[in-house]
Design a protein around this ligand. Structure first.
Ligand code: SAM
Length: 253
């Protein structure tokens, strides 16, 4: 597979994708914290991307570490932190293969990131690492695409134009491989260079996991699930047709 969040990183950051992290930073996560009556001082954001959420948390006064496996995403995140005048520790690593340096109050992982772990062993290892990174009583908050989300909702739009300006055109092709149980997003980027256009492509693969498997892995890691919902605003139970599951799990005291 070609490396991902490489050429795409700058277009990810300039595109509509970051609205999701903004919403989590300013609505969903504050809502979770008030629900838990929890005020973390230290936070590790796994798969932090271009740092939108991490920078917002640092601006709120938390001591933040952001981890991502794409150096290109992290380079943008570093610039974002400098522009916002906040200090953040950035780690270039895979969330399924790193050793936490210290315990934090809260670990987060948002927006499809855990679906990028296409082997169940990798997901298990990421949960174990989140557990190790937390202090007793700390919370792990994350969301994931459900199988329904990837198999049905994603496939409603097999082809679409995600971004279009006079200098850039981004076409996305979604497909689902039933034999291997993987959703694929092919991102085709056309960039204007004076009178010519350059073409780049990245193929992203995501796996949806059965809820029972997710819960079993969290349990094996040592977590207690405190909240599980398909709607983080209403906190209603996960429905068959929810495209995303939101989970708040606690490391027992
Ligand atoms: C959809 S983006 C989400 C980024 C960020 N959480 C946000 O909300 O904007 C997925 C991110 O996961 C990262 N990623 C994928 N697999 C990873 C892994 N094994 N370890 C760490 N980061 C990973 C990618 O580099 C990318 O930045």
């Amino acid at each position: 597979m070609t490396s991902i969040y490489h050429h795409f990183a700058k277009h990810y950051h300039d595109g509509p994708y970051t609205l999701y992290a903004e919403k989590i930073a300013h609505e969903t996560f504050p809502h979770f914290l008030s629900l838990l009556d929890f005020k973390p001082l230290t936070l590790l954001d796994l798969a932090c991307g271009t740092g939108i959420f991490a920078v917002a948390m640092a601006k709120n006064g938390m001591r933040v570490t952001g981890l991502d496996q794409s150096e290109h995403q992290l380079n943008i995140a570093r610039k974002e932190a400098r522009a916002a005048n906040v200090e953040i520790e950035w780690l270039h690593a895979s969330m399924s293969d790193f050793t936490p340096a210290r315990e934090v109050d809260c670990v987060t992982c948002w927006y499809d990131s855990l679906n990028y772990l296409v082997k169940i062993e990798e997901l298990s290892q990421a949960f174990n690492n989140a557990f190790l990174a937390l202090r007793p009583g700390g919370y792990f908050c994350f969301d994931m695409n459900t199988i329904y989300g990837l198999v049905v909702q994603w496939q409603r739009f097999p082809y679409f134009i995600q971004q279009e300006t006079s200098d850039y055109l981004e076409v996305v092709e979604n497909s689902y491989n039933y034999e291997v149980g993987l959703a694929q997003m092919r991102i085709i980027m056309f960039e204007r260079n004076n009178k010519t256009w350059n073409r780049h492509e990245e193929i992203h693969q995501e796996r949806g996991y059965a809820l029972d498997d997710i819960l079993l892995l969290l349990d094996h890691a040592g977590f207690t699930v405190k909240h599980l919902t398909g709607d983080p605003r209403l906190m209603t139970p996960l429905g068959d047709k929810d495209g995303r599951v939101w989970i708040i799990a606690q490391k027992p005291v």
